[in-house]
Design a protein around this ligand. Sequence first.
Ligand SMILES: CC(C)(COP(=O)(O)OP(=O)(O)OC[C@H]1O[C@@H](n2cnc3c(N)ncnc32)[C@H](O)[C@@H]1OP(=O)(O)O)[C@@H](O)C(=O)NCCC(=O)NCCS
Length: 182
Amino acid sequence: MIEERNVSRSPLAPDGVHLRGMRGSDIEQVSKVERRSFPTPWSTHAYVTEIANPSACYLVATVGDQVVGYGGVWVIMDEAHITTLAVDPEYRGHKIGERLLCELLREAERRGASRATLEVRETNEFAKRLYKKYGFDWVAQRKGYYSDNNENADIMWIDDMTTPQWRRLYAALRAALGLPPA
Ligand SMILES: CC(C)(COP(=O)(O)OP(=O)(O)OC[C@H]1O[C@@H](n2cnc3c(N)ncnc32)[C@H](O)[C@@H]1OP(=O)(O)O)[C@@H](O)C(=O)NCCC(=O)NCCS
């Protein structure tokens, strides 16, 4: 059973949030969100490499000049791999993570992906709930994948993003977020 929402809500309206491609000048702020979100944060150098990777797309969510969230995807052939997704703790619960995921999937499709995968900590119920909402299904588990606590990773997939069923789901979720049709 998933816990009830336990995030405090800031007065920020989601309308004040903008999404755009990550730039080198964002990395310091991205790393700050990263350190507040993950027990084993990526190095800043990893982001320098990632944003130069032509197979990758990294987005940031900003409020004014502040980076409040970010996410990334690799697209190789027809497969998208969501590599990371995080929202600053003070800004969680405002659909920022969902908007980032939604736009990463759109970008992945634009680059030719028709399926998508990710790894998520077995106990990360909030993230898993978000991914399930977008049609990611549990497929397998990697035992002891996370080095900090030996936690298992759940491997989730959207097996086919071209089915009418998934397209309807995705269109409805985009519309609910107030995003234009993909
Ligand atoms: C997972 C994460 C990115 C979600 O970002 P967020 O902006 O707070 O989430 P959103 O407001 O967009 O929520 C979207 C969906 O996620 C799920 N969710 C997110 N937070 C939740 C919470 N506190 N309680 C229940 N469900 C939650 C729900 O399915 C929600 O949809 P709903 O509002 O229709 O119920 C954020 O919690 C985070 O940064 N966590 C730490 C880093 C992390 O675990 N990243 C994922 C790595 S795989």
